[in-house]
Design a binder for this molecule. Structure first.
Ligand SMILES: O=P(O)(O)O[C@H]1O[C@H](CO)[C@@H](O)[C@H]1O
Ligand SMILES: O=c1cc[nH]c(=O)[nH]1
Length: 240
């Protein structure tokens, strides 16, 4: 049965089974321009939805905005609309000296330091990417001779710090690669709704820096990494 997805304002019968997502509506538009027969499906709030095809396979690209609660609305409606694979094309701050701005990280799982998922699933429930999606992303990066860092990332809600210090050092010591704001929501919703999920991230700086002064994702280095990760995600999703 076809239905209009409430916040995305996309008709479920128009939604492809394979969906790429990203925070920034401008990034969604740019990635959509790479597709054959690209068309806008709908724009509502931060959710801009496009569809088209890549190497003959139909897919959608949808923006989810900043932060897990708003992104979860997008992921839930995509699942309700019949999406079977969702891959996030994001940016992240690095936790490790060898992972530098312009590098690409493939997330295998997310530490759940967001506030949303503890209201969805019990404590201790893991936020894990689908192993086939992870493999497809790793294979696609390899095919493009693009080195990547593969491992655990962390999802939190705080971007600009307040009075409380976030314990970055603990997670750095534990070997977490990078930090962003939506992967745990994506992986958790994927697990409970039966959607295969994954995420690839362009590094734009260091997550424990003073982001008020040091955050700048608008560099050529980061733009090139985002373009490269978009191609990797496009190549990967058609094999899922
Ligand atoms: O580049 P996107 O997809 O927006 O992801 C990252 O950038 C935003 C913060 O600026 C957060 O949404 C974070 O997860
Ligand atoms: O959440 C984010 C996203 C990009 N860079 C960061 O440092 N944090």
């Amino acid at each position: 049965m076809t239905e209009l997805l409430t916040n995305l304002k996309v008709n479920s019968d128009e939604l492809p089974k394979k969906v790429l997502v990203c925070g920034d509506p401008a990034r969604a538009k740019k990635i959509a321009s790479l597709l054959d027969d690209s068309m806008l499906l709908a724009k509502n709030r931060e959710y801009h939805s496009y569809k088209g095809s890549w190497q003959g396979v139909e897919l959608a690209i949808v923006s989810h905005g900043v932060g897990s609660p708003g992104a979860a609305v997008c992921f839930e409606e995509l699942a309700k609309g019949g999406a079977k694979t969702i891959i996030r094309i994001g940016t992240a701050g690095s936790y490790q000296a060898e992972i530098q701005p312009g590098h690409i990280v493939l997330s295998t799982a997310a530490v759940r330091r967001d506030g949303l998922t503890s209201q969805l699933v019990p404590e201790g429930f893991p936020a894990v990417a689908d192993r086939q999606v992870v493999k497809s992303l790793a294979d696609a990066a390899n095919e493009r001779n693009q080195p990547i860092h593969e491992g655990i990332t962390l999802t939190l809600d705080v971007f600009y710090t307040g009075i409380i210090e976030f314990p970055h050092e603990l997670y750095k010591k534990a070997g977490v690669l990078a930090v962003e704001m939506e992967n745990s929501a994506l992986f958790t919703i994927g697990a409970i709704r039966g959607v295969n999920t994954g995420a690839i991230l362009a590094i734009d700086g260091y997550a424990d820096a003073d982001l008020r002064n040091d955050y700048n994702p608008h560099t050529d280095l980061v733009s090139e990494a985002i373009e490269q990760e978009a191609f990797i995600a496009l190549d990967a999703i058609i094999h899922t």
